[in-house]
Ligand binder design. Structure first.
Ligand code: URA
Length: 439
């Protein structure tokens, strides 16, 4: 099967047989296809789409391009949560210890932040010495000991995706639902899961800004997961403002640890609420709880008893970090940062927040990456002092920037102020954190 014939077939809207898709992915991994041929076929897929049978075949071929973990020797369910990315999106740090405390094993393979969105690995690396570069043997050992482990993508997991994603990034073929689904699901299915919950974000800080597109992606992800016998559900959640209180790596871990210590306030409660919702779906899908209501009660119990915090402590110790931060989260904070208030130019109510602008501002002061290999300043970030619908007075603080210098602050001040739209009238639309559950 030569590349030209396959490119022509999809260019002319043909439907591939599974063997043809396998030939394509083999060509990617054994490097017999040139980058321009791979890119041409992906552009044809982008334009003409994939039938579900092709979607499944592509996902399977990408999954089988590398190692697939097997946890069948464990006498418990294995599940994970994956988010399509957002600003201040830190729920993984709560869901993994909560699910583990409820008896579910969680092998969490996470990514790094890029552009305005953060990544779980960067947040974890703000914990001094926390090691996310584990071998799969170490990964499995830690999961067996404490119920969960978190690490980065290895070269052995879905290597075809690594190559395809880099080419898609360079050839304007990222925003294709079938290609996104194969990319996400090939990596998630390689974790050897019984159940998967997807948090598909929609809104100003999300990859899929419109609810319609988010729903389409969520449905496609769920359909594909279930086709591989992994019980899959998606939660469509709001990303029209940063999630919770903080944006920035160490600050986000700090937020999660205070939640695990049962200290929530109005802002951090949003992080807790979404984490409970997502963790509850995991407990129901794995039959650890018989209903969503019972799952939520179980989660509240492991939070109140400190078992979830204890799980995080065990995990931090096993992954090389300092577990003392679980008792003293303030150890994560850098006392030398400058705190600059972002003042409201007028009185009124917060009508809109451009979450992506807040994410970009934090990246610009070093808290995220503009280029893939940029170094990160884990300490810097932003605190959301006011959220959607809140009343605000002129000169009152919309948020606080934690940065290194006045020059740095000057670079992003206007950007942050302009991220907010203030209205004189109280907004009538009710804010919904969870918009829909797709099962
Ligand atoms: N995240 C992924 O892992 N892959 C995509 O294609 C898009 C987002």
């Amino acid at each position: 099967m030569n590349p030209q014939d396959l490119i022509q077939k999809k260019r002319d809207s043909g439907r591939f047989l599974p063997a043809e898709i396998v030939a394509f992915i083999n060509g990617v991994t054994d490097k017999t296809w040139a980058d321009y041929q791979i890119s041409a076929l992906m552009m044809a897929m982008f334009i003409n789409g994939l039938h579900q049978s092709e979607q499944n075949a592509l996902t399977e071929a990408m999954l089988n391009s590398g190692e697939v973990l097997d946890f069948s020797e464990l006498d418990a369910s294995v599940a994970d949560k994956h988010s399509t990315g957002g600003v201040g999106d830190k729920t993984s740090l709560l869901i993994a210890p909560i699910a583990a405390a409820c008896g579910v094993f969680v092998p969490m393979i996470s990514g790094r932040g890029l552009g305005h969105t953060g990544g779980t690995l960067d947040k974890l690396e703000s914990i001094p010495n926390y090691n996310v570069n584990l071998s799969t043997t170490e990964f499995k050992k830690i999961i067996k000991k404490c119920g969960f482990a978190m690490m980065g993508q290895t070269a052995e997991i879905a290597p075809a995706d690594h190559k395809l994603y880099a080419l898609r990034d360079a050839t304007a073929t990222v925003e294709s639902i079938p290609l996104i689904v194969a990319s996400i699901m090939s990596k998630k299915l390689a974790e050897g899961l019984d159940a998967l919950v997807l948090d598909v974000k929609t809104g100003s800080g999300a990859f899929m800004q419109s609810e319609r597109e988010a729903r389409k992606l969520a449905k496609a992800l769920v359909k594909t997961g279930n086709a591989f016998n992994v019980k899959t559900e998606a939660v469509i959640s709001d990303m029209n403002q940063p999630l919770g209180k903080y944006v920035g790596n160490a600050l986000e871990v700090f937020e999660c640890l205070t939640i695990l210590q049962n200290e929530t306030d109005k802002q951090t409660k949003q992080t807790l609420d979404l984490s409970i919702e997502l963790a509850a779906r995991i407990l129901v899908l794995t039959k650890t709880a018989s209903s969503s209501q019972k799952a939520k009660q179980k989660i509240k119990d492991v939070l109140a008893s400190g078992e979830a915090l204890e799980k995080f402590k065990e995990n931090i110790l096993l992954q090389g970090g300092n577990p003392k931060i679980c008792d003293m989260p303030e150890l994560l904070l850098d006392k030398n940062l400058l705190e600059v208030k972002i003042k409201s130019p007028e009185s009124g109510f917060i009508l809109e927040i451009d979450a992506s602008e807040i994410g970009k501002a934090v990246s610009l002061i070093g808290g995220g990456r503009i280029q893939v290999d940029d170094k990160i300043d884990y300490a810097v970030g932003y605190s959301c002092d006011k959220k959607l619908g809140d009343k605000i007075k002129e000169h009152e603080s919309l948020g606080t920037l934690f940065c290194r210098s006045e020059t740095q602050a000057a670079k992003v001040l206007a950007k942050l102020q302009m991220a907010y739209k203030i209205s004189l009238e109280k907004p009538v639309r009710k804010y919904e954190l969870v918009k829909e559950i797709i099962s």
